[in-house]
Design a protein. Structure first.
Lengths: 492, 95
């Protein structure tokens, strides 16, 4: 068995038994990256020398018995998380040369636990997109079909896991940016409750929606990572000061008596029949395991998309005002006055989608339109949140498709922003409500593309999400399927 | 028309962005399409509904007003596109 195909759980057990070293494990991934990366393009920056050095440190720790479940585990990090001394671009020209002077809290935690960073993964610029096509460094490719998108915005993180270019990765999810690419690439992606993981060092997009989370090969690996990622951080005023449970203790495959709600609003217009069929089959599997399925309604679902595309751009327009060519990043407009310099910097530095959202957000917040757009959207957000509160009085988890269709072709939706936005229609409500959800594989389309199952639970109910997902995974084999990649012969 | 080309130019100025003629046309059309789609929200009766600006109900978060380590001058200036001495260098602000 090749080491790069191992799950995190398997690798940590075998590292502990000294069956192989952290260095050998890391080398296996570096070799795999060299082979498949030319086709996948999952990474923006690779850090092989650092990784090998970190692997040697990990081996020393393992030898001395100073070991955590992450010691010597090679991970990939979405290039929106600040990594000290490693370029952090956000997939943008404006941050092309930005090298953070501190680590994000989650990076600090991973390093302390002995994890190894292989590199920084591709994303839609500033996490704005559903396909990685908005990256200034070019798109990543879906390992299941190189002509399709890997999803986004954490598309590089998802593709890297699916193509065995890392054991697991970190992403961020503002409207589905962990779950949608996980679904497209046939892997597991968890979006934790808002505030569960510190956002310090996560470059901001929509501050009331952004949340960091793991992308993994199996549900168990997501639980292992959560044990290290979750927790209060005084550096993030919105992080929750609530005790962190042992997430691996929730991996109990028994879901007898669990009540699952299936919202009728998620099986309507626009859903691909193959996706619907796979999700209905998955619900049957859960029923056979003893869960009780009930029909529920989330009546404001159809308003989630417009609410999101007002609130997220409004927050983004404010967050992205900091890119002014003064403190860091790209500067344009030599010989211009101050305003001219700002305009040149931002117009040359940002890509089209980012500009579109800044414009939309600035408009929604501008005098005379604030109440009609931002104010109204914030009110409807309350109604969406209440839909979930009502639903969770009757059921413990909600099961839906993660995306309305499997991965689409690269280039197919770039000219139609509204159509692109519809890719996130089933994931957005969860962010607006601040609750938690997971995506895991539940089948394939006729074209061999993965289909994702979304399991949603209330705030801080990661337990229910992980338990239901684990039960499903233990009784199905979708997560064991691997894409066949034609590897290029390495140059000798 | 939800938003005119003239308004798009004004919003661009507020956002410190500038566009060529074609981009202005494209943005005007796209923003109109998107804003028209958003009209859906008008159907919803929100009389008396509170706004959610944040998913979790946080009250003011306080901490001790203590001196802590900061980045320091060198690290703060490290990523500056232009600097001079101990300062960020910017174009002349006062005419």
């Amino acid at each position: 068995m090749e080491l790069h195909t191992l799950t995190l759980y398997e690798a940590q057990a075998r590292l502990k038994k000294r069956e192989f070293s952290a260095r050998e494990l890391t080398e296996s991934f570096l070799a795999r990256i060299e082979k498949v990366e030319p086709q996948i393009k999952a990474y923006i920056t690779l850090t092989p020398e650092r990784a090998l050095k970190e692997a040697e440190e990990a081996d020393k720790k393992i030898a001395s018995g100073d070991i955590t479940p992450l010691t010597g585990i090679p991970l990939a990090i979405k290039d929106i998380l600040c990594t000290k001394d490693i370029a952090t671009t956000c997939g943008s020209k404006i941050l092309k040369n930005f090298v953070p002077v501190y680590d994000a809290t989650v990076i600090e935690k991973l390093k302390k636990a002995g994890a190894i960073i292989l590199g920084k993964t591709n994303l839609d610029e500033f996490a704005m997109g559903s396909s990685t096509e908005n990256s200034a460094f070019g798109p990543s490719h879906n390992p299941w079909d190189l002509s399709t998108i890997p999803g986004g915005s954490s598309g590089g993180s998802a593709a890297a896991v699916a193509a065995d270019e890392c054991i697991a990765s970190l992403g961020s999810d503002t409207g589905g940016s962990i779950r949608q690419p996980a679904a497209c690439c046939g892997i597991v992606g968890l979006k934790p409750t808002y505030g569960r993981i510190s956002r310090f060092g996560l470059i901001a997009f929509g501050s009331s929606l952004d949340q960091i989370g793991p992308l993994t090969k199996e549900v168990r690996d997501a639980a292992i990572l959560m044990n290290f990622l979750a927790g209060y951080d005084p550096q993030d005023a919105t992080s929750l000061n609530i005790e962190v449970p042992d997430y691996t203790s929730f991996l109990q495959p028994d879901i007898k008596g669990l009540t699952i709600g299936v919202p009728r609003e998620y099986f309507v217009e626009g859903i691909d029949p193959e996706v619907e069929k796979a999700v209905r089959e998955a619900i049957k599997v859960l029923t056979n395991l003893g869960a009780k399925v009930i029909d529920i309604s989330l009546p404001h679902t159809k308003y989630a998309l417009p609410v999101y595309y007002l609130i997220a751009p409004a927050e983004a327009s404010s967050n992205l005002a900091r890119y002014d060519g003064v403190k860091y990043g790209y500067r344009g407009g030599k010989n211009e006055n101050l305003i001219g310099m700002y305009k040149k910097t931002r117009s040359e530095g940002f890509g089209t989608e980012v500009k579109r959202r800044i414009m939309l957000g600035t408009y929604a917040l501008s005098a005379g339109y604030y109440e009609a757009y931002y104010g109204k959207a914030s009110q409807v957000r309350t109604l969406i949140r209440k839909d979930f509160e009502e639903a969770f009085k009757r059921c413990e988890v909600i099961v839906t498709p993660t995306t309305p269709t499997p991965a689409f072709k690269i280039g197919e939706r770039v000219d139609d922003p509204l159509k692109m936005y519809l890719s996130d229609i089933f994931t957005i409500p969860v962010n607006l409500a601040g609750i938690t959800a997971i995506s895991l594989p539940c089948g394939f389309s006729g074209d061999g593309l993965p289909i994702g199952l979304q399991i949603i639970a209330g705030a801080l109910e990661e337990k229910k999400v992980l338990q239901t997902a684990f039960a499903y995974e233990q009784n199905t084999e979708w997560h064991l399927k691997k894409p066949t990649l034609q590897t290029t012969t390495s140059k000798q | 028309m939800k938003i005119t080309r003239h308004q798009v130019e004004h919003i661009a100025h507020l956002a410190r962005l500038e566009f060529n003629e074609k981009e202005l046309d494209d943005f005007t059309q796209q923003l109109n399409n998107i804003l028209t789609y958003f009209d859906k929200l008008k159907e919803v009766d929100t009389t008396g509904v509170e706004q959610t600006s944040h998913a979790i109900m946080l009250k003011n978060v306080f901490r001790e007003d203590k001196v802590r380590n900061s980045l320091g001058l060198n690290l703060s200036l490290k990523n500056a596109p232009e600097k001079e001495g101990n300062c960020f260098r910017v174009p002349k602000v006062i005419e």
